[in-house]
Design a protein around this ligand. Sequence first.
Ligand SMILES: *Cc1c(COP(=O)(O)O)cnc(C)c1O
Length: 446
Amino acid sequence: MTDIAALDQLHVWHPYTQHGLAPRAVPIVRASGALLYEADGRPIVDAISSWWVTLHGHAHPVIADAIADQARRLEQVIFAGFTHEPAAALAAELVARLPHGLTRVFYSDNGSTAVEVALKIALQYWANQGRPRTRIVALDQAYHGDTFGAMSSSASSVFTAPFADHLFDVVRLPAPGPDTDESETLTALDRLLEDDADSIAALIVEPRLQAAGGMRVWGDGVLRGIRDRTSARGVLLIADEVLTGFGRTGPLFACAGAGIVPDVLCLSKGLTGGFLPLGATVVREALFEAFRTTDRRQTFFHGHSFTGNPLACAAARASLSLLDERCDARRAAIEGTHRARMRQFVGHPWVRHPRVLGTMAAFDLEPPDDATLGGYLDPIGRELGAFALAAGVLLRPLGNVVYTLPPYGITDEQLARVYDVITEFLAQLDGRARRTSPGVAVGVTA
Ligand SMILES: *Cc1c(COP(=O)(O)O)cnc(C)c1O
């Protein structure tokens, strides 16, 4: 059992990995705070919260203890007909922190299932009332997960291409964002609602930040405009806060920051502090009421073997308890560093659209003399990833979109190290440019 990497190569199939090209997976033996450790003790700064899940830090003792204590008391029980303190108390604690009016929590296993549940609740909500609405509306560039409903509502891309024939039709609106006229989204929505609002069950968005679609920041004015219009026409608004939840964009929830309340809100990723998989779909009481009848056919026939798992719920409660003023201060400090360091990249010939939203900072990497690259398969991001890993920093650009989204417990020195490594990479790119141009200096987004 000594050569973990070799065993892995023989028997494991990794996510989002082209095994015909990928280097060996790096074995990690322990972790603490923002640091991952290899077997020889070499630390790696986790600048992306291990795919956006690690909220406070790796192996945080408060969450680790909560899981251990819970495991000795009650590790799992069927969640139909039974309940337990971790699930009931977590639901109440989430409701207390979420935008006012979101009162019912449906648990599932991950972000994709949280979205599937949201879509199914939205569709059945209308069916149960005897006035079925069947269309789903989503934004271009969206990413909502990898199961079929989530893929259908995501933008069609290299991720979804092999399954295109099996995805259901979704109405798409132009995505708001830094490179678009954001009013286009609202104009298209107006047209759609005038046309046939009564056929639309729900509109799903990633509020303020389209993450996997390229860390695209969009305005809270558009989000409020979407809420106003959907409310006026009775269309349900689903906020996919799987990534943006728990402070990533600054406020505890992106919807709260924009001052809106969706009808359905999806959570996962940071929900357990990043310790265990857990999804939650939280809805307004009126939606729950449309299912609470005396007709068994109106039951929400959805559940997973591990729905409401006590260990995951205990981890989530411990994580929530750590979202205090100290954590607010840490997030503000990370955002301050992001702004200061991203400003230094403005004007670099390869850097486009530097942007910061809360604890997320990103820019697009584009050669000054070649506009043909870009997109998820662009090799430049993998090149930066390999460069950073060799320097002890975990970055995993989305194609040519470079971003950092660190756990809140990252130290100032560790975050400085992340930016130093990006700076070194940019410096050696500078020399490589065949022709240098001043580049487009875009202000760091608010
Ligand atoms: C990651 C993500 C999902 C999918 O979550 P999984 O836990 O990976 O299934 C859904 N929506 C958004 C916005 C995400 O970032």
